[in-house]
Design a protein around this ligand. Sequence first.
Ligand code: PLP
Ligand code: ZN
Length: 459
Amino acid sequence: MRRKGLACMAVHTVGTTDTTENTGNAGNTGSAAGNPGHPQQPGRVDLGPAAALSCRECGHRTPLGPVFACAECFGPLEVAYELPAGDPEALRERIAAGPDNIWRYAPLLPVPADVAEKPNLNPGFTKLIKADRLARELGVTGGLHVKDDSGNPTHSFKDRVVAIAVEAARAFGFTTLSCSSTGNLAGAVGAAAARSGFRSCVFIPHDLEAGKVVMAAVYGGDLVGIEGTYDDVNRFCSELIGDPIGEGWGFVNVNLRPYYGEGSKTLAYEICEQLGWRLPDNLVVPIASGSQLTKIDKGLKELIALGLVEEKPYKIFGAQAEGCSPVSRAFKDGHDVVRPVKPDTIAKSLAIGNPADGPYVLDIARRTGGAVEDVNDEQIVDAIKLLARTEGVFAETAGGVTVGVLKKLIETGQLDPSGETVVLNTGDGLKTLDAVAPTTGPSATIRPTLASFREAGLA
Ligand SMILES: *Cc1c(COP(=O)(O)O)cnc(C)c1O
Ligand SMILES: [Zn+2]
């Protein structure tokens, strides 16, 4: 069997603590800790429609708990549901009557039914911008939308995944929230912990952009820079989970990863609802670990299965930076394993050299008829400016990657511009000012006189 995803990581488990202070947790039974290889008492964990964890490789089911790898085959676990049956129109109405954030989809997420009443950051329901001017520049004739996740509480898509992980952390009785981060996740965890009453301690590569470091530190939790790449940070966190130091710690993207990942489904739900409960033809999605892309596909499939949208083919395209493009490389070479790389790109939020979900991304791109492409740093900067100039959206480097890749996919005939297309912007340009600062600035600096203005050639 081909080894996939998290199978390459060591399996560690975390015992839940019976400390429930700070987490606002009343329902913890203290028996939810998963421990692969050992019998486990099923906990009375209320995570709404989430029924169990199931292995993406062999289908083996495990009770809900803070585990991420299958006890049978070490494959990655994901949340399995008992989703609401019945009239799709009634479900659409129930969703539409919900709050203007991701909790409108609570019936489809691993969260308790009263989640919207708990203290959290309420991310989501960000703008879907009809991008006619960008479409004209790129030659898209079938309609182009930008899903702009810079509007989330900490200005990246990461607030979605963290909000779901927080509910799992409450349910399992964790008291500290943690993560390995390329920058945005650290800020999202810091803010969510502050709001929800957890301690936080987050880990980043030491050389991130100032905007990301400040955002991660300002919420008052502990922020630790690690001398190494993201992949070193991630390996360190795996070690911490296996050590007594990590007891009571919920690492949102490691031992809570199955729950965390589900937050990305809300991007699929929102895009379809905002299109009037329709599937687009093409989606262009950035790839760091590949989690977001795989869960967008999962969300779209659920909407079809529930009858919330009419079934039709859709294509998912993955976007990477050339300086960290292991999935794009494997796609182009026709491989189904992803060979790790050492990242070197200005798109630091996507700089994961050993992406856990890479093989699943390849499956989805191939199955849906999409592709995986990459663009270089110069093309990323050009695309940031193109999006800003045409639509008034200032994207971080990850948004430059998706818009740049969309342009390249059209130019190379890989994406049909007569289809309705959605391109994701997952972060805010204010966090990566350095990427554009050297080539952006005032048109002129003048004395405060009309003559001086005329001299500058701007009249
Ligand atoms: C984390 C992140 C992504 C996607 O990450 P995955 O690990 O692939 O889910 C995309 N854009 C930005 C800005 C991010 O911070
Ligand atoms: Zn398995």
